[in-house]
Design a protein around this ligand. Structure first.
Ligand SMILES: Nc1ncnc2c1ncn2[C@@H]1O[C@H](COP(=O)(O)OP(=O)(O)OP(=O)(O)O)[C@@H](O)[C@H]1O
Ligand SMILES: [Mg+2]
Length: 368
């Protein structure tokens, strides 16, 4: 299941060098120009949700990455929260889709329209100057898809665009000073992918990405309910169970919850009481795959950096990191202190927005 762990040199990841050069040049221009008017925007283009961060304002928009469109005319009917409410409830000709599900851009045109819509919504009508926008894309996207996102962002009105890797953005958002020659391990668990990376000197040293994250936890609960209780439930109900009582580590507290679904034997509605203990069993396989990926990255980490990680601990980010017991499970299996970032769901958006500052090196410290 594991994608190849890709080791790369500091700052040597892909086209970062050229990006850095162009940004530094941009900063030079700006120093002479009207720096005051410029806006920095960070967009977390996630598989489950899209967040927009504006420097000085914080996270101004958070909506599900869902688009509803008319199959006959190909016209978009709704985007974001409005479209999410249509998922699974649309008449034949209208389809609600998640164009980024599983960390790949399954529908480029729809993604482009969605991105433009959110940028315009977040910026409002009146803006003095074109903003600098950095976009964090799911780690599985290809170079071609990255380029497509970049083009769409330019078309939406950006003056400068940079595309960022999720673990770097997550680290900045979690408050890690990534410019130091010191190893930090970030485990970002989103909806579609879990990204595990050891970062030092502003670059990824070792990383891996697996397509096991929040959505798979929901699917595992759906499967468990079907097998153990003969009960058919939808993904939204499964997510509800996960958020309310779900755990992946045996905890002292064992909550229960009544779950409604369809009895697979009689075909009639049925209510079953589910416990946290049962969710632990349901989520075991998926969460252990994440632990295994953490292991594999630790194994490939150079000894000095591994020692830093052991000292400083592992940082969890992303909405999936909110699953109860995850810290305990990773800590138990690796022996390394594990903690969740303060605002795991907004980390990446904040870090993406601040990345522009990091690149331009205006200030040693990253501030709001
Ligand atoms: N309290 C919670 N407990 C467990 N899981 C949660 C909680 N809140 C949100 N989640 C899960 O977090 C996931 C979404 O996280 P996030 O918004 O970070 O994903 P994303 O950034 O859109 O995805 P990706 O990073 O894979 O592109 C969903 O699977 C959601 O069910
Ligand atoms: Mg994410």
């Amino acid at each position: 299941m594991l994608a190849d762990g890709n080791a790369c040199c500091l700052f040597g990841a892909g086209n970062h060098n050229s990006q850095m050069v162009s940004h530094l040049a941009g900063t030079d221009r700006e120093m002479k120009g009207d720096q005051v008017m410029s806006t920095d925007i960070g967009i977390d283009l996630g598989t489950a949700s899209i967040l927009v961060y504006i420097k000085g304002k914080g996270v101004v928009l958070k909506e599900p990455s869902v688009v509803a469109f008319d199959r006959d005319t190909n016209k978009i009917k709704a985007i974001g929260e409005e479209a999410r409410l249509m998922l699974g409830r649309t008449p034949g000709n209208i389809v609600a889709v998640r164009p980024l599900r599983q960390g790949v851009i399954s529908d480029y045109t729809v993604t482009e329209k969605m991105l433009k819509y959110f940028i315009q919504k977040a910026m409002g009508k009146k803006s003095f100057r074109k903003p600098r926008i950095s976009v964090c894309v799911p780690s599985g996207v290809t170079e071609v898809e990255k380029k497509a996102v970049e083009d769409a962002t330019y078309q939406a009105g950006a003056r400068e665009v940079s595309i960022i890797e999720e673990p770097i953005a997550a680290a900045i958002g979690a408050g890690v000073d990534i410019s130091k020659p010191c190893g930090n391990m970030i485990v970002d668990i989103g909806g579609g992918t879990a990204d595990i990376a050891v970062i030092s000197l502003g670059g990824t040293v070792v990383s891996t990405s697996i397509k096991i994250a929040g959505d798979d936890f929901d699917e595992a609960i759906v499967r468990y309910m079907r097998k153990k209780h003969n009960l058919l439930i939808g993904e939204r109900t499964a997510e509800d169970i996960k958020i309310k009582i779900g755990t992946c580590f045996p905890l002292a507290q064992n909550d229960t919850m009544d779950v409604r679904g369809r009895n697979l034997v009689t075909g009639l509605p049925k209510t079953v009481s589910v416990s946290s203990e049962e969710t632990e069993e349901a989520l075991r396989e998926a969460t252990l795959q994440i632990v295994e990926a953490v292991h594999s990255v630790l194994e490939k980490t150079p000894p000095e950096l591994a020692a830093d990680v052991a000292d400083r601990g592992i940082i969890l980010t992303g909405g999936g990191a909110l699953l109860r017991g995850l810290e305990e499970l990773i800590e138990d299996r690796t022996g390394i202190n594990t903690m969740t970032a303060e605002e795991p769901m907004t980390c990446v958006a904040i870090g993406t927005g601040k990345y522009v500052e990091f690149l331009s090196g205006k200030s040693g410290k990253l501030e709001d």
